[in-house]
Design a binder for this molecule. Structure first.
Ligand code: NAD
Length: 476
């Protein structure tokens, strides 16, 4: 059995802890009990990390594509070797079922391998000029990156935040979520063990507002990469503006799912229910607002609720668990508030709607229907195990509802009408669209949103380019 590891920061490759630093209790969401004490950075720690990151950039911007590829593919191999331990640790601190943590880890292996190849595909272009003259456009690494990763994908978010800058030739200071530090440290350790110079990537933890103000206020940092809520994203963009930092913002979503009369309802439910309760609904691209055409509405709602009731909820380390607890104490509180408000406004609670168990942060898989649009949950990202199902008549009304909210991250539609599929692909205002599919990611595909869901992409070639800047060079 894997033990939860002792916790530290990694600054210049050194494990930093103790020394009178403040600590943060890491909680097992199954029990609500502390499992580790995380040291938090002092201002001196952050200054040291910045100094090291400046040096790391001087070193790594000169690295060859082969060196970057060797580190990334080496780290992917180490992750595979350490897969079971890393996935178990992710489950201990975040709550998701072990099998889900393992899939998350395998996706990171794929991402690091993709980025390893991408490191040698950072082509520029040559402009047409008279003989004897030469003009080229080339991509250069942007500089040291400050990256902030949340707790919902404790392995996946840090891998994205570290992998892209390393492929691009940048250095990076990662502040992963204090709730899930060991997973992030595990990812960074794989990179260091694969030969990454210790100055290039570091991990700090702290009081989030202190860390972000300190790092983004430094002239060393040239880019901010943030995944988290829109409200924090807007705050960080304002801080980033003072130093004119480049930004990649992967913020919240409120995933619309359009389900038309012409579908086989069970086929949709087969993936929609799984998609909804994956990671206890704490997924930015979670299918959330089910916009269902009247002809199949009742069958869809009843089928969804029946399947929700049969989801096996429990400790993610136990065999057969399909949904774990929510990740932290804030989430069940948010669920109670949003579901209570929807109920007060007249929504029907078809199943679930409350916490359960006498310890930890468990919440019942929930289905609400006939929810008035002025209920908070219809505009605020629920980030929990709740499906919102409302009936609609026309395609036009369904599209209008899909695009009603400020978010625009992932949208989904189910229909067998090919012409309608094309219309929907054009009409849905999200950065990613799934037609007859809830799979909208991939190592080679840009992941990101529009509107209040943020800007810029992670993954794909675009994820690496997001850590680079252009230089136009003109030679007479
Ligand atoms: P939150 O908004 O306080 O924090 C979100 C993330 O940002 C956390 O990882 C946190 O450590 C970090 N953060 C907060 N303040 C920060 C600051 N000043 N500087 C730097 N980082 C900061 O809330 P939360 O309770 O952790 O999550 C609540 C909401 O956040 C969810 O309902 C969801 O909408 C959103 N969220 C989105 C994602 C995503 O994948 N896009 C992931 C996690 C949370």
């Amino acid at each position: 059995m894997t033990d939860y590891p002792s916790l530290h920061m990694i600054i210049n490759g050194e494990k930093v802890s103790g020394g009178g630093r403040r600590t943060f209790d890491v909680i097992n969401p199954v029990t609500g009990e502390p499992i580790g004490a995380l040291p938090l950075a002092s201002a001196e720690d952050l200054d040291r990390a910045l100094e090291v990151a400046a040096e790391g950039f001087r070193i790594w911007r000169r690295s060859t594509p082969q060196e970057r590829a060797a580190v990334l593919s080496g780290a992917a191999r180490l992750m595979l070797e350490r897969a079971d331990d890393m996935a178990r640790i992710a489950t201990m601190e975040q709550g998701k079922p072990f099998a889900e943590a393992k899939i998350e880890l395998m996706m990171n292996v794929g991402l690091f391998n993709f980025y390893a190849g991408e490191a040698s595909r950072l082509y520029g272009r040559e402009l047409v000029r008279p003989l004897g003259q030469r003009s080229t456009v080339r991509w250069e690494p942007v500089g040291p990156v400050a990256a902030f990763a949340p707790w919902n994908f404790p392995l996946g978010n840090p891998s994205r935040k570290l992998g892209a800058p390393i492929a691009a030739g940048c250095s990076v200071i990662l502040k992963a979520a204090e709730e899930t530090p060991a997973s992030a440290l595990g990812v960074l350790q794989c990179l260091l063990d694969a030969g990454l110079p210790p100055q290039v990537a570091q991990a700090v933890f702290g009081v989030p507002d202190e860390v972000s103000r300190h790092l983004l206020g430094s002239k060393v940092i040239r880019k901010l990469s943030f995944t988290g809520s829109t409200v924090v994203g807007k705050h960080l963009m304002k801080l980033a503006a003072d130093n004119m930092l480049r930004t990649t913002m992967e913020l919240g979503g409120h995933g619309p799912v359009l389900v038309f009369d012409d579908v086989d309802v069970d086929t949709v439910l087969d993936t929609a229910v799984m998609g909804k309760y994956r990671n206890c609904g704490q997924v930015c691209v979670s299918p959330t607002r089910f916009i269902v055409q009247e002809g199949v509405f009742e069958k869809f709602r009843d089928g969804f609720a029946a399947r929700a009731r049969s989801v096996n909820v429990g400790d993610g380390l136990k065999d057969g668990t399909q949904m774990g607890p929510m990740a932290n104490a804030r989430r069940p509180e948010a669920m109670d508030r949003l579901i209570g408000n929807a109920r007060d406004k007249g929504a029907s609670v078809d199943t679930g709607g409350k916490r359960f168990g006498n310890q930890g942060y468990f919440y019942e898989p929930t289905v609400l229907s006939q929810i008035p649009l002025d209920a908070d949950i219809m505009t605020e990202e629920p980030f929990g195990p709740v499906a919102l199902i409302n009936p609609y008549g026309s395609e036009e009304d369904m599209i209008a509802e899909a695009n009603r909210v400020d978010y625009g991250l992932a949208g989904y539609a189910w229909t067998n009408d090919v012409k309608r599929q094309r219309r929907l692909a054009d009409a849905i205002e999200t950065g990613m669209v799934g037609i007859n599919s809830h799979m909208i990611g991939g190592a080679d595909s840009p992941f990101g949103g529009v509107k209040w869901s943020g800007h810029g992409s992670e993954d794909g070639p675009e994820g690496v380019r997001a850590c680079m800047v252009l230089k136009a060079l003109h030679e007479g």
